[in-house]
Structures are given as C-alpha cells and as structure tokens.
Design a protein around this ligand. Sequence first.
Ligand code: ADA
Length: 569
Amino acid sequence: MHRTFETTTERRRQTLDGPWEFVTDPDDEGREAGYHEDFPSEAADRIAVPSSWEARTEHADYVGPAWYRRTFGLRDAGSVLVTFHGVAREATVYLDGEELTSHVGGYTPFTGLARDLDAGEHELVVRADNTHTETTVPHDDVDWFPHGGIYREVVVEAVPDVFLRDLALEYELSGDAATVDAEVTLNNLGPRPAEPELAVSVGEATVAESVGVDGMDAQTTTVTLEIDDVDRWTLDDPTLYDVEAELRGAQSEDREGETFADDLRDRIGFREVAVDGRDILLNGEPVSLAGVNRHEDHPDWGAAQPLRIQQQDLDIIQRAGCNTIRCSHYPNHPRFLDLCDEEGILVIEEIPLWQVDESTVTGCEQVGQQTLVEMVERDRHHPSIFAWSLSNECANEQRTVADATSQLREIVDGLDDSRLVTVASNADWEGETDRAFQYCDFLCVNAYWGWYRDDGDWSEHLDRIEDSYDEKPIVVSEFGAGAVPGERTHAGRKWSETYQAELLADCVELFRERDGVAGFTVWQFCDTLGNPDHAMTRPRSRNNKGIVTEYRRPKDAYWTLVDLLDGRR
Ligand code: ADA
C-alpha cells in the first residue's frame, strides 16, 4: 500500500507488487527490437516491484535502460487507471503492446488511462532508464546514488465511465472555524451527458450536489464546507480529518436501472504557517525547528523502503528529540509523509534541482517546473509539509539561475499559497550573494565550517547572512561532518565519530543561542550510498555524515543530539 490508509473503497484496485520479468538493455535496442510487443522472456530475470534494481547484485551498478513485464487480470470489462508512484528516472509504459503513457522524473507519480479494456488478462511492459546527464533532473553529478527501476508501487484501479479525476482542498481558518473549498474534477469517458450526485465530506461535515458533465468531457466544481470547533494540527496533537469525495449516478440509457459509484479518500490537518521577522510561526506561535536531512536510502532496500523502515527512521528521528525533516533532495514516498502527518513532524519538501548553474539551467528548467507541479499536486494535503524548497545549492548568484527560481516561485504561488517557500543555498559559503533569497519566505543556509573549510566559522557566517538580506527567518539546513562508523579517537580527528559529535554539539548550541536562527537540520540522518563517480572522496563509497549508520546504528553524534534536544535514550 502506498499510503497508510485506503484512498478508495469503491474502485476495484490491484497493487502490482511482486515479481516482474526484467531485462537490462545496455545497447538500447529494446525499442527497435519491439520488446513492448514481444518481450524477451527467455532472457529475463525476475525482479521485485517495488524495488531499486540494485536489489539484485548483478544489477547493482547498472545504469541505462531496462525493461519490465507482467500481466494482470481484470474481472470486468471497463476502463482502468494505471498509476506508477515512482520510476527512476524516465519511463515509457506499454499496455497490450501499445504505448499508454510516459514520464520524466523519478520522484513523482504518473497515471495512464486505459479505456474500455476487455475482461481477462492484460500485459504491462515498462521501459525504465536511470541514465543521468548534465541537464537531467537530477543531473549526473549529484551526491547520491542513481537508483534505478520501478521502486514505488504500481496500482491499477477500475473506474466507471464517470469518475473522480482530482480532489484539491484549500481552507481558511478563522479562530476555531474553518471554511474548506474542495475543488473536484469529474471525467466522463462515455458519449452521453451525465449528472451524478457528488458528496464531499471533511470529518463530520458533508455537502452534496449534483454535477452535470457532458459526454467525453471533464467538469470541475468547487463545494464549500464550514467546520466549527476545528481541532488544529499541532506538533503535540497532530489531529487529522478524513476527507471523502463520493460520486453516485445512474448509468446511461443502454444500461438502464444500473448505477455507478466512485470515491477518493484523503486526509487533511488544519494549521497555519507564517513568518514574523526571524520567526517561523505554526498556528501563530514561534516554532524552533530541530531536525535532520533524510535521503531515501538503505543498503538492503535502496530507495524502495518498506513501511517498516520508514517507521523505524521516523522513530529514531523522534527519539533524538527532532521535530523536523528536510526531504533532501526530492519528493519522498507519500507513505512516509503520511507518517509525518500522523506523528506531528514538520517537513520541508524539495525538488531535485541540485547544484544547477547557468550552463545547465536552461536544459533542466522545464522538468524542474513539471516536477514542482507534480510534487505540489501530489502532496498538497499533507499538514506536515510546511515549506516547499525550490532548489539546493544552485548558483543563485547568477542572474539566469535566480530568474529560473523566480519562475518556480510564481508557479508554486499559483498552486498553493498556504505554505512557505525557500531555497537551500550555499552561495554565501562560496563567497557569493544569493539573488534567489529575495523570492523566499525564509532562508535555508548550507555550510560546512569545520569540515570542508576551517577558514571561518558559523558565528561570523550567520552575522553576514543577517546583515546581507532582508529580515527573514534563517534555518541552517545543512551542517555536519563525516564519521566512519566505529572510528573513535582521543585526538578527535576528522572522520572520527568523536570529531563529528563535537562539531555537532558546538553548532547546535550556537544555533540555539542565536535569536536570528529559527532552526536547523543536521546533514544528515543516515550514511548513504554516494554517486559512484565520487567514490575516491567518500570512504566506503558513502556519504558518512549520517548521525546513524546506513543500517541505522547510532553514532556518537546521535547520542549527542539526544542529549542536546532532551530526546529519549
Ligand atoms: C551539500 C549537498 C548535500 C551533500 C553535502 C555533503 O552541500 O547539499 O547533498 O552533498 O553537501 O555531504 O557534502
């Protein structure tokens, strides 16, 4: 299940977890050879979906196109939505030999609509390609491993001719009362007009109306619900409200007497985020952020983490006393965000525009914008997400890069005005001035004083940031040191757990003393597999700045954080 709750009860739904046939295609000949019509099953391996393909040792370092195949059965004839929740990084999907849909970007979902399928068996073939170049999003030189394959769930849902395509909620809070606008989009695949009953409920409140939709058309309607005595979503009491949109109607004349039904389910939490001077406010009160950066990475699971690992990560993070996670550097698995909603964790979610500069920005701008839209559309109901991050360490001192950020800001404003917007920047650390900070509600600052450089310190650095920009909250979004697990020294040298723990303590104490700093996220939660091209600067081929190891065993720095944040030992 890709969420922690059911997203529909009316639709017949199949999750296509399990073994799929799999072949790599290093010479990229599969398209010409027609693998989508005639899959080379005799040469195929079997691989688990969802999984990163390095789950099979023989494919551990494979980069390039690869093909997947499986069949699924439909009990009844009709239309289906086929949703891929994450394929790294480019995908083309074929159904019964015909192209159904394609997608670029490994961290957001995409859906193909297949109309009027016969009952019985159908074949899905997918070409996935994890090749990265200078201008892909992310590019080929990022500091994390280029996991490949169908690594998030694949779901097939049978839908009636008139079905719910989208549900988007916005709300205004006024004291204890909430006014919710629910925008619902209906699709009518049939030739005749329809007028089904739509009921939308949020918690106990329900509104119903009939909605007319022409044949072969779509219709968007907005219904408004008033909710009194709202229980707000807070860090201590993260109250969630169930949301349901239900559609019921009579089938067209040729199927007289029959009815159809469809539904979509989600959850929201009511809370307000804002800034005031140097403070970030949650429900009107300043909140001090204390957290970690987390990659989706695990030695046994790659980027495809089961619920058990997601829960365990969150548990370890909460036990440290943290209240914040920066999803570095891409949209995370939606079920992990559900857990954050349930646990009262604040999340900064980011698109993977990582260290882009003026030579590459034009090439990756469009996919960056598309990923931003898809991220916001997928995640707009999570109360845990309080901020969208538009990029990480891009060359924002360059005008073209800053202009691209301004475009992203416009796009996000058009989609969602209920969250804060930021970029994570190391421009000042590089001795530059960040031209994109002007588009941010708060400033995320990355620097590695005491690790990569010793010719300055955090204190001077933060003074300079405070003096250089308008008065906005500052979050230290990256700082830290590498520590090879088990390395403990009297001298406290670099690469030891001792050094990492001492640096972390000094930094956290300093950040917490400064009024200008609204919080911090340590780089990083756990040790992660690095880019294979960077192995010479990364012992164990990993980024070792985790406060826990890749297997989540605590390093000294973890216990230091527990003590500083009054966590649980
Ligand atoms: C960065 C970057 C991270 C990571 C980190 C490091 O600045 O944002 O993704 O690479 O440095 O460990 O050096």
